[in-house]
Design a protein around this ligand. Structure first.
Ligand code: IMP
Ligand code: MG
Length: 179
């Protein structure tokens, strides 16, 4: 285990299982369709790559970089688009892949933006959901893990851009935040 972690909350095996189930759910939903899968960078990148490889539905992939945090662990509430999609979403079935739905601001911003650009449908899948932290009323269509009010890192998730490459998900030691 990484020395800055207090504990591992989700193992590689648990992630693999949930990714498989999410992929099966999406294959069922998108039968006969050709969706555009959008990864919200950078947090969702590990989940995204595993998820689209586990799916059988033919699809295209695209990326968008959205940043809602500065260096800290509290959302600023104003998600900023740092890098936009290359694809035109008009008429497309858009599958948005998120790492965590926390305050909900990022998901609302993405949904309004993509539907506003003429997407035919919008489906959001998230690896983690923190329902107790919600500031706006929104929910992903599919969520792999529901968690409490803890700050987690690994498998794409960061604290100050660190720990994204850990293959599992853990809770940081308090002293790391409070430094
Ligand atoms: P929201 O806009 O507040 O829902 O925040 C969404 C973004 O905040 C996520 O895409 C993450 O990048 C980040 N975030 C929220 N909670 C955590 C966490 O526990 N660890 C790492 N990043 C988090
Ligand atoms: Mg982040």
């Amino acid at each position: 285990m990484n020395k800055d972690l207090q504990s591992i909350v989700i193992t590689e095996d648990e992630i693999r299982e949930k990714v498989k189930a999410a992929a099966a759910w999406l294959d069922e939903r998108y039968k006969g369709k050709n969706p555009l899968a959008v990864s919200v960078l950078k947090g969702s990148v590990m989940f995204f790559c595993d998820l689209v490889r586990a799916m059988e539905t033919p699809l295209q992939i695209d990326f968008m970089t959205v940043s809602s945090y500065g260096k800290g662990s509290v959302s600023s509430g104003v998600p900023k688009i740092v890098m936009d999609l290359a694809a035109n979403v008009s008429g497309r079935d858009v599958l948005l892949v998120e790492d965590i739905v926390d305050s909900g601001h990022t998901l609302v911003r993405m949904r309004d933006l993509l539907l506003g650009r003429g997407a035919a449908s919008f489906t959001a899948v998230t690896l983690f959901d923190k329902p107790c932290r919600r500031q706006v009323d929104v929910k992903a269509d599919y969520s792999c893990f529901e968690i409490g009010d803890e700050f987690i890192v690994g498998y794409g998730l960061d604290y100050a851009q660190q720990y994204r490459t850990l293959p599992y998900v853990g809770i940081l030691k308090r002293e790391i935040y409070e430094k």
